[in-house]
Design a binder for this molecule. Sequence first.
Ligand code: SF4
Length: 419
Amino acid sequence: MEAGYHRRMCAFLDGIETEVGTRPGWLRIERGNDHAAEFDAEGRLVRRQHRGESWRITLDWRVLRTRRDAGRLRRLPPLDEVWITLAEESERAARLAHTSQNIPSELRAWLARAGRFDTQTLAQDRRSLREIYHPIPVLPPDQYQSLVVQITEGCPWDRCSFCNFYRGQRHHIRSDPEFAAHFHRLLDHLGQSVERCSRVFLGQANAMLAPPSLLRQRLDSIIERLGLLPPTLPPSQRRPWRRAHPTAIDSIHSFIDAFHRTPSTADLRSYAERGLERLYLGLESGSPRVLELLQKPSEPEGIQALADAIHDAGLQLGVIVLVGAGGRTWREDHFRQTVRQIEALRLQRKDQVYLSRLVVHDGSDYARRAEAEGLEALDSRELQEAEHELRAALRSRLAAGVVIAPYDLEQISMWTPRA
Ligand code: SF4
């Protein structure tokens, strides 16, 4: 049995030796030497390992596949039809619940919870979650394990030529009853699965637009319900504290933009006192010409002022850059001016720069503008080179400890569960 798990039972299932182990909040079933499935406290499948391939299953039942090849973790393309396989794992848990009379009742109940997710229940579970979120949110790559709580809906701008995330969705700040209903329904749906989420991400495109007093109220409500790890707690006391507070989160995060009203440093500090840790800004490019093509309003002074306020408040900043924006024509300008602008932001340890390859949707405003201007898109080799150049230039200019990482929209998924 995997280290950290307490072996609870062993049985032969379909002629294969099968062990069941538990640790606080987690149930694991191992079959033979090369197959394991892990479930959360609610019985939702979280992880599956089979013959060297690892699946992490999101709360809306999407699957992130990886395989370790020659010591390197390789992402595999998503599979379309995996539900039968997921339901098979669940069905094994159901059978184990009935294999022996000598199972402790609490373990039998846990196996039964894991065993209820047949394909119909899976589909229903996913539908219910998607109804709570409309639409499925986009998240920064390090936020897939977050519990998304939507304080606002939609995007207040909704006109960037490359972006269709919230297209046509009415932007508004949720009223007290709307927010209360959303939060209640979300927690009710997730049950104990909420313990998988170690962070909260505030939806949607810019939750920082909520009036400061309202935003403080929302943060207080979230913390009151889930709990927040005391930042001053010594590391040695964190594990026991967590065991006593299984729903508690470590931190809160959000997108922000620099072209609407931005919070003052004092307001940002008050949010930081309530668990806000990092804000993510879609910079996209430092080139005015490329920004015009992207239809993204941007003023270097506004971005600088926002970055300074974020840092003065003790918060971290995540900056997102669009690799390949502007095509071959603007490649050099995009590279030079983006590097220059990011360097000016004086990023600090734990700040992040995400390099996201531009995905051009057929019929999008960007596609039409690019065609009208005769812009040629970068091919995949050029995109790779452009990403590499940006990464190398930023690495040599930015402070140690600033994270520079890819932001792969193809891999977007709502959550990666905490393991
Ligand atoms: S990129 Fe951001 S600001 Fe632009 S439309 Fe999309 S969500 Fe809104």
